[in-house]
Design a protein around this ligand. Structure first.
Ligand code: DAK
Length: 674
């Protein structure tokens, strides 16, 4: 058995290097692939390193069992799925190999030369280098088209961020495959242009340099600068503490000195850092929970200096054209868990950001003031940081809703970001069809953003939100081009409703918790067409059960009842793109939703156990289903909107929303049926 994805069979994955990060990478592979029958092999020349790596993985798996993250039998299977060996020949037949050896170019080249003899020309080869450009690492390979860098972040088994760096010779198909493969196994891959250090490390290491500069200039001690840095950048630990935690990693010193040539002359390895590396000393940093006093004037100077450096470095990435504002924002927030730079600049104001950067660059002329920042500030517009990404795949536009921390829940910003794309697509004669999907491997869209809905204090806010959702969903439904929903995971509430506005829906096989209308949990009825489109697609009985009990259905059940048109093994997005094209070309003709009044409307809905849910809200849901079905879809939607508004007059509506916000999604609301 092997994991087959986008036509590639991944039966064996190799990890080279059982040092700092290799075992964590292997752990991520085994925990996400063991069920699919993909073996993981870790190779290292040192037996001691192998034993240490194995011990590390097993300990983490055992801890996962203790915390309930893994079941004991799953944990055993994960363990027996990884082999640790010093025999390189064990990599023979591997379909994907990640090299995670020391950051040393000749060594990496040697490893890849050897590897190329062991694996087929089709096998994907990647390097977890943190700095080196793929063109340099893979220079000597015969088949450079299947090689690229995949840069993981600490801790690699849990940190979802991963930089994907194709070189100039990497095949487009391989890059696409690697991006989708990592997303399918739960990572958040970001495609980054090839430049030394890629996107994250120059910023991470540059902030240590900027912090050292603050100390050199006498603005504060390492303890004080560390404290201010974590405060102003939103870091859990400051740059000095982070460097200590990484054991005073010498790669940082080496990286910074290489960046002088390869990025710009501001980057350098300062003497203080050289000395620390030479002596093996650690930085003096705040103890846990220690309060470090910093005089306010110094705090301000340090903050300005660090923010100047941070913003300057991030904008320089844009000038280099290696990353977009939206990607870098999300990447930094995920990989380093710090304040995302462009959103941060938007909140301080771009004039202020430019002032900080200009002042920094006057002091350190090696760092240029980025053209992108000057132009954006002059335009008077904030940086574009979008929760929706649109990519053209030939004649099909793929719209991805990307709010991974909220499982792609729909807030107003998602619709504001999506609307211009839909307007462009409508006018663009090159685009024949559209696919809408959600980011990641867990959720298509987990519903409308409940936290935003619960924050509304004025009826106008709720009405404005509802209007925006209605306009956007009808824009999607009436685009004039086929739209296929690639329902890659959970589709709840507004998520399922969004999918039902599409021409067709495809979903992965075998997802147990897949689609549902859980609004009654919140003291609401569906408000984006759920009470109208669901009965029209799956019939009254099934729709009534789903809407009134809030029980979600599996993807297999969704297929059986007609909610999804196709089930897919492997990459749902790839099939959705094909289907969208087939519909546009008239080769596939999915059954379209009935837009007129329905003829088979029952007088009442079957008796059903609604459990703890509100009887008051249930009555509104039933009314919406039964009265709307006798109307045209358009009128039914208006009727639903009116009844949705009616929910806000009940006590149970406040109880339901409040329970979610205060106690989380799993808590049951104590409805009073009024
Ligand atoms: N809104 C906001 N945040 C959400 C969310 C949502 N719908 N769903 C999940 N999240 C957030 C969670 O709060 C959590 O955030 P943090 O606590 O980490 O900050 C994060 O996503 C991860 O979620 P969990 O920790 O809960 O993850 P689990 O895997 O344990 O559970 C879950 C996943 C999807 C089963 C669970 O999160 C869940 O049940 N979520 C609520 C799903 C839901 O009820 N959806 C329906 C929402 S109501 C209208 C148009 C449309 C609508 C209304 C009106 N008009 C036009 C009038 C639509 C209404 C809805 O969709």
């Amino acid at each position: 058995m092997a994991f087959t994805f986008r036509g590639r069979s991944i039966g064996k994955v190799g990890v080279i290097g059982s040092g700092q990060i290799g075992p964590d990478i292997a752990l991520h592979f085994t925990k996400s692939l063991y069920r699919l029958g993909t073996q993981v092999v870790v190779v290292d020349i040192a037996e001691e390193a192998l034993a240490k790596g194995k011990g590390k993985i097993f300990k983490k798996i055992d801890k996962g069992v203790e915390t309930g993250a893994f079941k004991p039998d799953g944990a055993d299977a994960m363990k027996s799925n990884v082999t640790f060996t010093s025999d390189y020949d064990q990599l023979s037949g591997a379909d994907l190999v990640v090299e995670a050896a020391t950051e040393d170019l000749p060594l990496k080249r040697r490893i890849f030369r050897q590897l190329e003899q062991l694996v087929s020309p089709q096998a994907v080869m990647t390097s977890n280098s943190s700095h080196l450009e793929p063109e340099r690492i893979f220079e000597e390979l015969a088949h450079k088209e299947r090689a690229l860098c995949t840069h993981y972040f600490f801790p690699a088994e849990r940190n979802p961020a991963i930089e994907i760096i194709p070189g100039k010779d990497t095949g487009q198909q391989i890059t696409d495959f690697v991006m989708r493969f990592y997303e399918a196994i739960g990572k958040m891959p970001f495609k980054i242009g090839s430049r030394y250090g890629y996107a994250v490390d120059p910023i991470f290491e540059g902030l240590l340099l900027a912090s050292i500069q603050c100390v050199d200039k006498g603005l504060g001690t390492t303890k004080q600068v560390d404290t201010v840095a974590s405060r102003c950048l939103g870091l859990t630990v400051g740059p000095f503490t982070a460097h200590n935690l990484a054991g005073g990693n010498p790669i940082t010193a080496h990286g910074l000195s290489e960046m002088t040539e390869r990025i710009n002359p501001w980057f350098r390895c300062p003497d203080r850092l050289k000395k620390m590396v030479e002596t093996g000393q650690m930085w003096e940093t705040p103890a846990r929970k220690e309060t470090v006093e910093v005089p306010p004037d110094k705090e301000k100077e340090i903050t300005n200096e660090l923010l100047g450096a941070y913003f300057a470095m991030c904008c320089d990435m844009l000038d280099a054209g290696i990353v977009t504002t939206s990607d870098l924002d999300l990447l930094i927030a995920t990989a380093l868990d710090m304040k995302p730079p462009f959103s941060y600049m938007n909140s301080t104001g771009l004039d202020k950001a430019l002032e900080l950067v200009e002042s920094f660059c006057r002091k350190y002329p090696g760092m240029p003031v980025a053209k992108s920042l000057k132009e954006r500030a002059a335009s008077g517009k904030p940086w574009l940081v979008e929760d929706v990404v649109c990519e053209k795949k030939g004649d099909v536009a793929v719209i991805t809703i990307r709010r991974p921390k909220a499982l792609n829940a729909l807030n107003s910003k998602v619709f504001e970001d999506m609307t211009p794309y839909l307007e462009d697509i409508k006018k663009d004669p090159q685009i024949k069809a559209v696919v809408v999907t959600g980011y990641g491997n867990k959720a298509f869209v987990a519903g409308a953003d409940i936290k935003q809905m619960a924050s509304f204090t004025k009826p106008e806010e709720g009405a404005g939100f509802a209007r925006l959702l209605q306009i956007s969903s009808s824009q999607l439904e009436n685009l004039g081009k086929p739209v296929v929903a690639a329902m890659n995971g959970l589709a709840l509430g507004g998520g399922n409703e969004l999918a039902m506005c599409c021409t067709a829906r495809v979903a992965p096989k075998g997802i147990k918790l897949f689609a549902g209308q859980p609004e009654v949990n919140l003291g609401l009825i569906p408000g984006m067409g759920g009470t109208q489109r669901l009965p029209r697609i799956v019939g009254f009985e099934k729709a009534s059960e789903m809407i009134r009990t809030a029980n979600p259905i599996s993807s297999d059940e969704a297929f059986k009842c007609g909610l999804v048109n196709e089930l897919v093994d492997g990459d749902v997005l790839e099939r959705a793109i094909e289907l969208a094209r087939e519909i546009a070309e008239g080769k596939a003709k999915p059954k379209l939703i009935e837009k007129g009044p329905l003829s088979n409307v029952p007088d009442s809905l079957p008796d059903i156990d609604i459990g703890h849910h509100s009887k008051a809200i249930d009555a509104i849901a039933v009314e919406s289903i039964l009265t709307g079905a006798k109307m045209s879809l358009d009128d039914g939607l208006k009727n639903e909107a009116r009844l949705f508004g009616h929910c806000w007059t009940t006590q149970d509506n406040r109880i339901g929303l409040q329970t979610f916000v205060e106690k989380g999604a799993k808590a049951k609301a104590d409805f009073v049926h009024k």
